[in-house]
Design a protein around this ligand. Structure first.
Ligand SMILES: Nc1ncnc2c1ncn2[C@@H]1O[C@H](COP(=O)(O)OP(=O)(O)OP(=O)(O)O)[C@@H](O)[C@H]1O
Ligand SMILES: [Mg+2]
Length: 287
């Protein structure tokens, strides 16, 4: 099982959007995907309609170590896509993780319970510094960090998000490897010319760091992502062909490229998803 977490100490950069759409795409590719919502504001938990929601969720997983899927996992309407909802509205987990002896390592120690059942675990986190975010980082193989294509945001990422990774370095002495870090430009405005300059600048900045790389894929600022959230569907089902009047590839092609870049081992499966005529047509869902 691969564990991918969405990390950024800045809010509103697209963590939940990427987690939901990547999860939906991988599930439609035939992979068994589990989403874990660790944000106390449960946006990811409400992205997809749920089949028979369970009473327990992230709180029981982390606080009580409950890993039985029939107790804490809820199936979504997307086949192959399951979810552990966030039910820690008052952020009690932060205090608990801070004070427990195994605190920041708790999710890492629990992940083996899901190894057999899922191919991918995608963890969404809060857009701020917290021990729960640190716990997600220490449980991950890869940390995907969305950021808007702006120099000031890139500098803030260096100070905030990457500072967080540096502070976790001492865990290496305990034999706990840190995840590879991938920076992903999100909400790119295709009319602006400075995106490639910012990409190059990020690449140059981190060229000598073996743990940090910049994704070749970038996600444009598209209304399709908002429409997809409204419909409660992954964006590749909503915009399969380039929208009239827009430049560049469709949202489906973009998500396929990103997923292939992150999971090259499943490249063929992922490529097939966009040609599958069996995908259901969009229908509105309740709020
Ligand atoms: N590529 C995109 N194109 C258009 N809108 C986008 C795109 N990515 C994200 N958005 C929109 O931007 C807003 C913030 O995105 P999202 O909630 O995914 O960010 P976040 O990092 O999870 O925020 P938070 O830190 O508050 O959890 C949402 O309204 C989302 O629909
Ligand atoms: Mg979010």
């Amino acid at each position: 099982m691969n564990v991918l977490s969405l990390i950024s100490t800045k809010g509103g950069v697209g963590k939940t959007t990427v987690a939901a759409n990547l999860g939906g795409l991988l599930a439609d590719s035939g992979l068994r995907v589990l989403l874990l919502d660790l944000d106390s504001q449960p946006t990811l938990s409400s992205y997809y309609a749920l089949l028979a929601p369970s009473n327990a969720g992230s709180y029981e997983l982390i606080a009580n170590g409950i890993t039985e899927t029939d107790q804490i996992v809820t199936a979504t309407v997307i086949q192959g896509l399951d979810l552990i909802v966030s039910n820690d509205r008052e952020a009690h987990l932060t205090t608990l993780v801070l004070h427990a002896a195994d605190g920041r390592l708790r999710l890492r120690n629990l992940r083996s319970a899901f190894e057999e059942r899922y191919d991918v675990l995608i963890v969404d986190t809060q857009g701020a510094r917290s021990v729960v975010v640190e716990m997600a980082i220490l449980a991950s193989d890869c940390a995907l960090c969305p950021l808007p294509p702006e120099m000031l945001a890139a500098r803030e990422l260096r100070r905030g998000t990457l500072g967080l990774f540096e502070e976790l370095e001492p865990y290496r002495y305990l034999g706990v490897g840190l995840p590879s870090v991938k920076l992903l430009l999100n909400q790119v405005n295709t009319n602006r010319r400075d995106t490639s300059l910012i990409m190059q600048s990020l690449k140059n900045t981190f060229a000598s760091d073996p743990h940090i790389s910049v994704c070749a894929s970038t996600i444009p600022d598209r209304v399709a992502y908002l429409n997809a959230a409204t419909l409660g569907l992954p964006v590749h089902r909503v915009e399969r062909k380039p929208a009239p009047g827009t430049r560049g590839p469709s949202a489906a092609d973009i998500m396929v490229s990103l997923a292939q870049e992150l999971f090259p081992q499943w490249s063929a499966k992922i490529a097939a998803v966009n040609s599958d005529a069996a995908l259901q047509a969009p229908a509105a869902r309740e709020v």
